[in-house]
Design a protein around this ligand. Structure first.
Ligand code: PEP
Ligand code: MN
Length: 345
């Protein structure tokens, strides 16, 4: 890949020696340097293809020997670590169903003591940045120096668009807390659909991620796992060619002019919120004096519905405005409850 980005590509699973070699050769021919394939596959339900296990490790060795690419696979137990190290696998990743479990991550970390192999920690399936950070720390404390992360989206009941919700604010928070950690995006598992890969990859680049992990298969429709989200090596070439890598945002005079305005507006928002809360406290004192309840359900529904309407034609997302007013209402309740407590004591 050009543009100094990391690109890891390869099939969801190592299915057969032929499938692995055909896919790997096509990817190497277009300059991919790191090949991925799942040898052990954690599956949601029993009865699905669970990977070939150790039988597939010699195929990965062949990829290394015949293409010169580095090879990466998922490890979920100390036994996987041991077998993969013996086979000369170059990089490991810890899957989303493993990074969610501190016991499992600690077992892997213990088995990595004294071994300096790059390890990529996928986000846990639930949107918990602390758990993700915890998994990274466990691997680092084992002495592994090169620990990077993979953002692959978060499980949610809502699968209308994405298989796993991107929730970009979570990897952004992780980067704020661990700025030195390389971050790769996996648009394949996130989207769960081939047609979303280009768009999600671009979004990841726009947010300054360091690279991509994309599932590629020589015959995606026939894949034994994740068939809907895999793309051919040719399709990968197109995704990469169309990717615009943007430069760092510079603090130009033009931008700083607008940032000053934003600082002013934020100050006004805080002043307005403070005024709103002062009025809420006044109402709170009145309610207390007259023995009224703090929450008035119909008034709350009215506020939420009305503020939703007010944001129409103002280029404001209705969901976002509702969330803001839910938070504001929460804070009003908290302040009125505090008044109740104060006066009651
Ligand atoms: C994978 O990368 O093949 C995989 C199983 O991913 P995840 O852990 O993100 O579901
Ligand atoms: Mn997969």
């Amino acid at each position: 890949m050009d543009k100094g980005q990391i690109l890891i590509a390869g099939p969801c699973s190592a299915e057969t020696e032929e499938q692995v070699m055909t896919t790997a050769k096509a990817l190497a021919a277009q300059g991919v340097k790191i090949f991925r394939a799942g040898v052990w596959k954690p599956r949601t339900k029993p009865g699905c293809f669970e990977g070939n296990g150790e039988k597939a490790l010699p195929w990965m060795q062949r990829v290394k020997a015949e293409t010169g690419m580095k090879v990466a696979t998922e490890v979920a137990t100390p036994q996987h670590v041991e077998a993969a190290l013996k086979a000369g696998i170059d990089m490991f990743w810890i899957g989303a169903r493993t990074s969610v479990n501190p016991f499992a991550v600690q077992d892997i970390a213990d088995s990595l003591k004294g071994v300096d192999i790059p390890v990529m920690v996928k986000n846990p399936i639930n949107p918990d940045v602390e758990l993700w950070i915890g998994a990274i720390e466990r691997i680092r404390r084992a002495g592994v120096k090169n620990v990077s992360v993979i953002h692959r989206g978060f499980s949610s009941y809502d699968r209308r668009i994405y298989r796993y919700q991107p929730m970009w604010q979570i990897p952004i928070e992780l980067r704020r807390r661990m700025p030195e950690t390389e971050m790769i995006c996996d648009p394949s598992h996130m989207g769960g659909r081939r047609d979303l890969i280009a768009e999600l990859s671009q979004q990841a680049m726009d947010l300054g991620m360091d690279g991509l992990m994309i599932e590629c298969h020589c015959n995606p429709e026939e894949a034994w796992s994740d068939a809907k989200q895999q793309i051919t090596p040719e399709a990968l070439r197109e995704v990469m060619a169309n990717l615009a890598v943007k430069q760092e945002t510079q603090e130009t005079e033009y931008i700083s002019l607008f940032r000053k305005q934003i600082d002013e507006i934020d100050k006004e928002i805080i002043d307005v919120l403070a005024r709103r809360m002062e009025i809420c406290r006044e109402i709170g004192r009145y309610k207390k004096e007259h023995g009224m309840k703090v929450v008035h359900d119909s008034r709350y529904s009215e506020i939420i519905a009305d503020r939703g309407l007010q944001c129409k034609d103002k280029q404001l997302g209705e969901d976002c405005v509702m969330k803001i007013f839910e938070e504001i209402h929460q804070e009003s309740i908290r302040q009125q409850m505090a008044i109740n407590k104060e006066q009651g004591e």
